[in-house]
Design a protein around this ligand. Structure first.
Ligand SMILES: *[C@@H]1O[C@H](CO)[C@@H](O)[C@H](O)[C@H]1NC(C)=O
Ligand SMILES: *[C@@H]1O[C@H](CO)[C@@H](O)[C@H](O)[C@H]1NC(C)=O
Ligand SMILES: *[C@@H]1O[C@H](CO)[C@@H](O)[C@H](O)[C@H]1NC(C)=O
Ligand SMILES: *[C@@H]1O[C@H](CO)[C@@H](O)[C@H](O)[C@H]1NC(C)=O
Ligand SMILES: *[C@@H]1O[C@H](CO)[C@@H](O)[C@H](O)[C@H]1NC(C)=O
Ligand SMILES: *[C@@H]1O[C@H](CO)[C@@H](O)[C@H](O)[C@H]1NC(C)=O
Ligand SMILES: *[C@@H]1O[C@H](CO)[C@@H](O)[C@H](O)[C@H]1NC(C)=O
Ligand SMILES: *[C@@H]1O[C@H](CO)[C@@H](O)[C@H](O)[C@H]1NC(C)=O
Ligand SMILES: *[C@@H]1O[C@H](CO)[C@@H](O)[C@H](O)[C@H]1NC(C)=O
Ligand SMILES: *[C@@H]1O[C@H](CO)[C@@H](O)[C@H](O)[C@H]1NC(C)=O
Ligand SMILES: *[C@@H]1O[C@H](CO)[C@@H](O)[C@H](O)[C@H]1NC(C)=O
Length: 818
């Protein structure tokens, strides 16, 4: 043995020497017909980073031809992994047929690159990226290379890919064990080329684990894959029919090796200046096993049992399911309505969606471009669509086959919308609602009593400022324990708003000015300070605190805290950089900013905000003062409903109506039954929403018409145009666009339905939302709308002239006496 080895060295030395002398291009990184590698010789890439030669894995005596980075611990490629040499007699060389081969002591070929080529004079070079390239010497055409015939590892500029046309994949196969590099059980490849993701297969055929679609930044189904893994990843959708993922480092001092391990995990080792600085292995939990919970089952490793059926589904085999055999999954227990729309009633109940947050999307996504609304509408329109999801990079994803491999993550993932029959959603909500109400009555009861007691006390106490009042007001909010609503110090707010400086004033609300402020930590806030003059403001103040501190919705402005000190009552809100809707909508210059897409988004947002107030929040709230100036816009022009000073918490059944002696609200947004008789219900908000909707589409104030010679409000005007068949002329000229005409028309139609004279003819806000998002395709024709006639205006005008003759946009605290 020793002799042999010695001999080999000598031979190689001679070969190199000869090559050099004969002037032949012969460098250390190349194998030629005359330059062979005899165990244990190696060749080295020009940059010295990679070596090719014979090696033995730990605890093994077998010899393999391999390429490694720096040391043999970091092998990136193996030639004869399934044909090991029993001794160190192996030779790696160019065969006479031009292929690279491994031959044993008996000089028989045990491994070959096995390409049929006419080129007989070839050479192989180990390049600076670690790729072994076999070329035809004369033409320099690449015949074969190790990067497209990978083993278990990927390094920068290698591809994980597949050809769309031929279906040929570049696969990575794990070792059998840590000491046995032969073809193992796990294979990694790129799948689902439309929304590509990496699959790990077990035994080549059984899906074992999948990363979820690559969205250009992360794998949607692998939130635990840290950004370290994903740095430098890139997807090439089509390179002559081949789609592939690669990863590269911009920094040339960086290097990384991705490995599929013998136990089916993904491992990443990264190097900086040839020093290992990172070694990560994606940890897996039970839920990561493909299809753990079967079709329509969802896995969550933080719950017990980990598997559950999606809404509208039940275990296909209850006995199995209870015995933790989940693979047969779930079956639908409530048929979908799709395709069997009920006729005659305007409350068609089609299907809806049940949303699951932080989800790993199921396998077999179909993909299309579009926004969230389009995804939803498209899915709803196709009865075979069972679910959809939206990702801002990928667009829409749809599923029309059994939903398999769903998982709920504690973070990351996407919102997954599962199609369910609408009645299921309705039932669910009502049940939840009932349960909640019982709880709320208990929890809120005490609170209401406390507030009422205080107000009563205040009412019967002569107005006095000073210690007594201060004490009570200071204590009150603390006593009622406003769900950890922070209390701000007056001084802090004063300094945040530059002592309530005029230049910080954003506007004047119904009960006092609103200032812009900035807290010490840089956070911008809006500070609403009750004017001391407004004697009745405190009730509304407390009301607002109580109401809004319990609400959380992305279409409601967020209350950050309050301050009750001395005789100051201050509310602190998140700051909305874009002010209120009316400042855009009714401004001849700014209205251009609001194109139809934005306006539609605003309409939908407001409707969802109201829906939350009416149905989905833990309280049932009627806002009573919806108007353009109470709709704030965030930096992305998303609407947020604000000003809950007049909101009422109601309880009881669906058709609840309440009666009040104090009619509060804003002129032009109030339905007649409320303005005239003081009756309010959820349908009052629907009316106000209808007015808002018409204002948004037309770009005109409902009330602006009074100044004209026209006797009609915007509502009345719209109704007139509708009947004349000329409704399109109401559309704001700024947004006229034939593409969106249908959508605008639909909104006007919905608006008119919302302002029906008879409350029972107005849809509920949940129906309105369904109408807006096109889940209800057939809208009933509007009937008589409730436009407040001149005659009525005058009567109220006479009583409260000063309040709205100047600016119709001011909240009226009382328009009728008693
Ligand atoms: C080949 O490598 C040896 C040592 O590793 C070195 O001395 C020699 O200069 C190299 N030859 C070429 C052509 O790079
Ligand atoms: C290695 O040895 C085993 C058994 O000793 C034999 O079956 C196998 O063919 C040998 N492999 C090679 C490449 O010589
Ligand atoms: C070499 O390729 C031929 C077909 O091109 C195939 O039949 C044969 O099995 C291959 N041999 C090896 C060792 O892969
Ligand atoms: C292969 O090509 C090289 C360079 O052109 C030449 O030196 C060598 O003789 C050729 N070998 C054979 C077997 O043709
Ligand atoms: C090699 O064997 C030793 C002792 O049995 C063991 O501790 C070690 O984990 C083995 N290494 C590998 C890579 O299997
Ligand atoms: C792997 O698949 C083969 C058939 O393709 C089968 O015979 C073998 O039992 C499978 N192995 C395991 C561990 O499932
Ligand atoms: C793709 O195909 C075209 C024509 O078939 C060819 O010119 C081009 O070099 C190919 N590109 C790659 C990267 O193979
Ligand atoms: C790596 O090497 C480069 C060039 O020699 C140097 O600029 C850089 O600071 C080094 N990085 C680290 C982390 O050592
Ligand atoms: C769920 O999986 C995560 C990630 O693998 C793990 O950290 C966590 O401990 C698991 N939780 C349970 C309850 O098994
Ligand atoms: C639906 O109702 C209309 C009239 O209300 C009727 O003409 C039509 O035939 C009905 N369609 C179905 C499918 O029942
Ligand atoms: C509905 O979806 C299925 C599955 O994606 C598709 O094959 C079919 O063409 C779609 N139908 C329509 C009308 O778009």
């Amino acid at each position: 043995m020793g002799f042999l080895t010695h001999n080999n060295y000598l031979l190689i030395f001679l070969l190199i020497f000869c090559g050099f002398n004969s002037g032949v291009r012969s460098v250390n990184d190349t194998i030629t017909s005359t330059r062979i590698i005899r165990d244990p010789a190696t060749i080295t890439s020009n940059n010295g980073n990679f070596k090719l030669g014979f090696f033995s894995p730990e605890n093994s005596t077998h010899r393999y031809v391999a390429i490694w980075y720096l040391t043999q611990s970091y092998t990136i490629w193996i030639a004869n992994r399934d044909q090991p040499l029993n001794d160190s007699s192996g030779v790696f060389r160019i065969h006479k047929d031009g292929n690279l081969v491994v031959v044993n002591a008996q000089n028989s070929v045990i491994w070959s690159t096995n390409v049929s080529t006419s080129a007989t004079n070839t050479s192989a070079q180990l390049d600076n990226s670690g790729n072994l390239i076999l070329r035809d010497v004369t033409s320099e055409i690449t015949i074969w290379d190790s990067f497209t015939h990978p083993a278990h590892a990927a390094v920068p500029s290698m591809k994980i890919g597949a050809n769309r046309i031929t279906g040929k994949k570049i696969e990575y196969v794990s070792w059998k064990s840590n000491s046995d590099p032969s073809t193992g059980y796990f294979t990694g490849s790129l799948e689902r080329l439309d929304a590509p993701e990496v699959f790990f297969w077990y035994n080549k055929t059984k899906p074992y684990w999948r990363t979820g679609p690559w969205n250009g930044r992360v794998f949607l189904g692998s939130p635990r894959m840290l950004t370290e893994y994903l740095y430098g990843w890139n997807f090439v959708p089509n390179d002559n029919g081949t789609a592939y993922l690669t990863y590269n480092f911009e920094n040339p001092s960086m290097f990384g090796i991705l490995t599929i391990t013998s136990h089916g995990t993904l491992k990443l080792v990264e190097f900086m200046n040839k020093t290992k600085f990172l070694e990560l292995e994606v940890d897996q939990n039970e839920c990561d096993f493909y299809g753990k919970c079967g079709p329509f089952g969802s896995c969550d490793n933080s719950t017990l049992p980990i598997c559950s059926c999606l809404k509208g589904f039940e275990a296909s085999n209850v006995e199995e399911w209870n015995n933790k055999i989940w693979t047969n999954g779930c079956v639908r227990n409530e048929p979908l309505n799709c395709g069997i729309l009920k006729n005659g009633s305007d409350v068609v109940q089609p299907d809806g969606f049940s949303v699951y947050h932080n989800m790993k999307v199921p396998d077999f996504a179909e993909r299309s471009v579009g926004n969230q609304d389009k995804c939803r509408a498209d899915c709803l329109a196709n009865c075979s669509c069972l679910a959809y999801a939206y990702d801002s990079y990928i667009g829409c994803m749809y599923w029309s086959t059994d939903l398999i491999d769903l998982q709920k993550f504690p973070y990351g993932g996407v919102d997954l919308f599962i199609r369910v029959p609408a009645q299921l959603l309705a039932i669910k909500k009502r049940r939840e609602y009932k349960g909640l109400i019982i709880g709320i009555i208990g929890a809120i009861g005490a609170l209401i009593i406390a507030v009422s007691a205080y107000l009563l006390w205040r009412k019967f106490t002569p107005k006095q400022k000073g210690h007594q009042t201060q004490n009570l007001t200071t204590r009150d909010p603390k006593q009622i324990k406003l769900e950890e609503l922070p209390l701000f110090e007056f001084e802090k707010l004063a300094s945040a708003t530059n002592n309530f400086h005029l230049s910080n004033m954003l506007g004047k609300g119904g009960f006092g000015p609103v200032y812009k402020g900035q807290l010490d930590n840089g956070q911008e806030i809006a500070v609403k300070r009750l004017s001391k003059a407004s004697g009745q403001g405190l009730e509304e103040f407390m009301n607002e605190v109580v109401v809004i501190s319990k609400l959380q919705h992305r279409n409601l402005v967020k209350l950050l805290g309050c301050c009750v000190e001395q005789d100051e009552q201050i509310l602190v809100y998140e700051f909305m950089p874009n002010k209120s809707l009316d400042s855009f909508l009714f401004d001849p210059l700014q209205r251009k900013v609001l194109d139809w897409k934005k306006r539609f988004n605003i309409i939908e947002g407001i409707a969802r905000g109201i829906l939350y107030l009416h149905r989905d929040s833990r309280l049932r709230i009627i806002h009573r003062d919806l108007k353009a100036s109470n709709i704030l816009l965030d930096d992305e022009m998303n609407p947020k409903i604000s000003d809950f000073g007049l909101a009422r918490i109601v309880r009881g059944g669906d058709d609840d109506e309440a009666n009040t002696k104090r009619v509060v609200g804003t002129y032009g947004y109030m339905p007649p039954e409320y303005a005239m008789e003081g009756i309010f219900s959820e349908k009052s908000d629907v009316y106000s929403f209808g007015v808002l909707l018409l204002e948004i589409v037309s770009g005109r104030r409902n009330t602006s018409f009074y100044s004209n010679e026209q006797t009609l409000s915007l509502v009345g005007y719209a109704w007139k145009l509708w009947n004349e068949g000329n409704i399109m002329s109401i559309i704001d000229p700024e947004i006229q666009d034939p593409i969106f005409e249908k959508s605008m028309l639909r909104c006007i139609h919905i608006g008119l339905l919302c302002v029906q004279e008879l409350t029972k003819e107005r849809p509920t806000i949940s129906t309105v939302v369904l109408m807006i998002i096109s889940e209800i395709t057939h809208l009933p024709p509007p009937r008589q709308v409730a436009f407040v006639q001149k005659q009525y205006c005058q009567s109220s005008e006479s009583s409260q002239k000063s309040q709205f003759s100047s600016n119709n946009n001011v909240t009226i605290s009382e328009i009728q006496g008693r």
